[in-house]
Design a protein around this ligand. Structure first.
Ligand code: NAD
Length: 367
């Protein structure tokens, strides 16, 4: 039964070189959007997610339901489980792995540092190990992060800039992942593309991120804490709309060359790439709140805290010329338009500030 569902999910619906993609973290924010975009285009897609409770599991289940409606099957499983991943690769001819499963967030590392090691390092190695041993080896596109630039002060950030000063354990594990990717490419001929996403936002987003939690608190009339960076300067982020990120991910899959090894043996040099996927126009956090106030038609109760928080970098700003040249990546959604779409989704999903939709299996309950 399990294999049957995987095969159906991976059955391509177009004839011109369809991809067959394993998407890890498919019930996550970015993973659900990428899975949907690939399936709508006619590619075969199977998802894997462990549905952990880092943020509300009902939202992950709701994304899974949405994917199921578009005939994408998301398996409950952990990226550290070699057996599951090997079984998927045996059941269907996976051509690409879009590896998005990770422990995200900067602050949670203070409570649970091991979860970052488990998912972002051990899990990444497990994905590479299974792909290494496969014959043929799939090409891998995986999510690194703009956080690797850490306390770098040279803006905009270019791929060749220094990444030796991570500001958080999260950033350190993403930076370590880039080193691990390099070794698997170099020794085993795996084709690997690392994408450094810059603060992705949009419908079906992540409740732990500021734009999302601010929206919730503004609607509930709760105060919101707006932190500054060092010297009381406003924090700024290169907020990037999910649809733009999805286009960058799909273009990365489309342009990835085949791996040059099989069964752990390399036959030649394989592709190794790293791209910034950002928006190239950073916006300060107070301006983010202004835009949310406009779309929510509600004033925020701002608590301005003039001090930096551990793990935060003062600003992010992507130079995307490399992604532009090699992937044809061109972000088209500004923060105002993107947040308008997010707020529209938020209100339809959660209702007003009192109603919340809860998904239980196939049933949706308003609570
Ligand atoms: P997300 O938390 O919504 O998605 C990650 C998904 O992976 C979750 O559904 C989670 O349940 C799953 N997962 C975590 N550990 C797992 C494991 N061990 N096994 C199986 N599944 C597991 O996060 P997202 O925002 O969609 O991020 C996707 C990727 O992009 C992550 O690698 C993240 O680090 C990276 N990234 C995101 C942003 C952003 O702004 N959203 C920025 C930079 C990088």
């Amino acid at each position: 039964e399990w294999e049957k569902r995987v095969r159906q999910s991976c059955l391509p619906r177009r004839e011109d070189n369809p991809l067959v993609v394993l998407v890890t973290g498919a019930a996550g924010f970015v993973g659900s959007h990428v899975s949907l975009a690939l399936r709508k285009r006619g590619d075969g897609v199977v998802g894997l997610d462990n549905f952990n409770s880092y943020y509300e599991v009902s939202l992950k289940r709701a994304r899974q339901e949405l994917l199921a409606k578009h005939s994408v099957f998301v398996i409950d499983g952990d990226i550290n489980d070699k057996f599951i991943i090997e079984s998927i690769l045996e059941a269907v001819p996976i051509t690409h792995v879009m590896h998005l499963a990770a422990q995200a967030g900067v602050r949670y590392a203070m409570q649970n540092p091991q979860s970052y090691i488990h998912s972002n390092i051990a899990g990444l190695v497990n994905i590479f190990e299974v792909c290494k041993a496969a014959n043929p080896q799939p090409a891998i596109v995986w999510a690194s992060s703009s956080s690797v630039y850490g306390l770098n002060t040279k803006v905009p950030f270019s791929e060749a800039d220094r990444t030796d000063q991570p500001a958080s354990l999260y950033a350190a594990t993403k930076k370590a992942g880039e080193g691990i990717a390099h070794t698997y490419n170099h020794i085993y001929g795996l084709s690997i593309t690392g994408l450094r996403f810059f603060t992705v936002y949009g419908p079906w987003g992540r409740p732990d991120m500021a734009y999302f939690s601010f929206t919730r608190d503004i609607l509930k009339g709760n105060p919101i804490s707006v932190y500054s960076g060092a010297g009381g300067k406003d924090l700024a982020r290169d907020f990037t709309f999910i649809d733009d990120i999805v286009k960058g991910c799909v273009a990365s899959l489309d342009t990835a060359e085949k791996s040059t090894g099989s069964g752990g043996k390399k036959t030649g040099p394989a592709m190794l790439r790293v791209f910034n996927l950002g928006n190239t126009s950073p916006v300060t956090v107070p301006t983010l709140v202004d835009i949310l106030e406009k779309h929510l038609n509600t004033k925020a109760k701002r608590q301005i805290i003039k001090m930096p928080r551990n793990g935060d970098v003062p600003f992010t700003h992507a130079n995307i010329s490399s992604a532009q040249a090699q992937l044809g990546y061109r972000p088209t959604t500004n923060l105002d338009t993107g947040l308008k779409k997010f707020v529209k989704w938020y209100l339809s999903y959660y209702g007003d500030n009192t109603n919340r939709r809860l998904w239980v299996g196939n049933h949706e309950k308003i609570i």
